[in-house]
Each structure stands twice: as C-alpha cells, then as structure tokens.
Design a binder for this molecule. Sequence first.
Ligand SMILES: C[S@@+](CC[C@H](N)C(=O)[O-])C[C@H]1O[C@@H](n2cnc3c(N)ncnc32)[C@H](O)[C@@H]1O
Length: 286
Amino acid sequence: MSIISKAVRKPHRMFERSLNLYRLSRNGDRISRSIQQSVRAALKCSLTPEEEYWIDRVENLRTEMNSSTMQITRMDYGARNHDSNLKLDEMRAGVEVTDTLGHISQVASKPSFWCLLLFKLIRTIQPDSCIEMGTAVGLSAACQAAALTLNGHGSLVSLEGAASLADIARNNFQQLGLDSVTITVGNFQDTLADVLAARRPVDFVFIDGHHDEHATLAYFEQILPFLGETALLVFDDITWSEGMRRAWNTIAGDKRVGVTVDLGLVGLCIIDNSIIRHRNFNIPLH
Ligand SMILES: C[S@@+](CC[C@H](N)C(=O)[O-])C[C@H]1O[C@@H](n2cnc3c(N)ncnc32)[C@H](O)[C@@H]1O
C-alpha cells in the first residue's frame, strides 16, 4: 500500500470506528451504551486516580510474571494450535506441558489494552455475578476483580484446568489484596455446570480458554439459561482459527442474542430481551 493511501485510510478507519461507536451508543439499551463508554475510555486510557492505582499494580505484576524463569508443569486441556483439529475427547484428556512461568504469562495473558477494556466494562456495567473461563496466571481476572472492588459489589469466579497455574494466580490475588475473586480448578466440562448453577443469574462471562469451535458453541448453549435478564458475554480470540471464526459467526447470527460487537480479536455478545432488533456491529480496535 502506498504512503498516501495509508495516510488516507487511517483517518477513514478512525472516523468509521467513531461513527459505529456512536451508532452502538444509540441502540437504546444499557449495555450497548456501556460498551461505547468503555471502549472510548480504554482507547483514551482515561482512568480516575483510584482506577490508575489498581491498573498500575496489575501491570507491575505482569512485568514480574513475564520475566519469571521458574519452571512450571501444567495440564493443557485447550485446543493447543490454530489448526490442531483435536477431538473433544482428546482435549478433555489433556496433555502435560512444561514451560517457564514467563513464557506462559507472555503467551497466555490478555495484553494490557484488553485487560483495561475488561476493567472498564465491569466499571460501567456494574455486574454482580461474573465468571471467567481460563485464569492462566490471573492477570485478566485481577483486572476484573479490581474493577469489582472499586464498584463495591460483585464477585468473580475464574475457572482453570491447570492446578499449577491456579496456585500461581491465587497467590497473585493474595499479593494484590483482591478478595472478590476465587478460582475453581478443573476441566471446564466438569466445573462449568456447578459454577453456573451456584452463580445464577450471571451478568458477565469472559470466555478465554478452550478456543475450539465446537467447545465454544457448547459453552455458549450451556451458559445461556443461567444468564440474568441482561448480560454480557465476552468471547476472546474469535479470529484465532477458522473454527473460532465460524463459532463467532454462528453466535453473531443467533437471534437469542440482542447485539453483537466484533472488536477484531474479541467479540461482545449482549443478551437483553428488551432489544427488539438483532444487530451486529463491526468495530475493529487494532
Ligand atoms: C488464554 S489463557 C487465559 C488467560 C487469562 N484469561 C488472562 O488473560 O490473564 C487460557 C487458560 O484456559 C485454560 N484452559 C483451556 N482449556 C481449558 C479447559 N477445557 N478446561 C479448563 N481450563 C482450560 C488453560 O489452562 C489456560 O490457562
């Protein structure tokens, strides 16, 4: 692409993003408005001093985790590669992997911008019952729990298959003084049902593990009956593989969903029966 066409396209993309964010905010429902506010605040990194205090602490923890040379052996129950095409039974059996903590943290943890967006979504939506699928070393969970702490209500249960990672994450929450988050250890297929039953009505779910088309669609179906009247589902890595793209397209086309927002890497899915017109917004952020 020539320099001149790059120069024209960038402002055009930013204009389109602003316009679509504006259209989203005018959709008429509370969560669409909250998403618009959260995305704008995350893009501008607009934080109150109290928010900045927590985000800085989580980011300092990220630096510490990313540089750790400690060897960790963990069970991996996920899809493993973009094109692995494993059967659900093979993933369920898992595989033992050894890596440095630094490598796991760098590869698995959501980057700072997306953690900030999760934080802002929880600050604006003010959910009570939150679930995360996929804890790893606990960085995204720490951001969500910090937002709940500032909100003064609500709690998060984070699900993780690898007991060794859950121990690290638990230790991190303790170090940060976060008591609004707990971890349930085990394969999602074994733990999700009980956690959903205990947490209903669920307001906010971050699905960031087991990036497989069939597993993602199965979790979507499993979660739906346990949601509150309004809820937000956040799907990570919707472009990670062709299967994840297909799973997202199926979810985006499902008429039980009020609004979906495709942010590029992450897909947001609003459940709200008061939304009459099913709509899909495309607002790539990166
Ligand atoms: C991408 S990482 C989560 C990162 C974390 N949300 C963050 O941003 O800080 C995904 C995690 O999900 C876990 N996981 C994947 N498939 C799973 C399954 N079927 N059951 C339980 N845990 C699983 C992995 O062990 C891994 O730690």
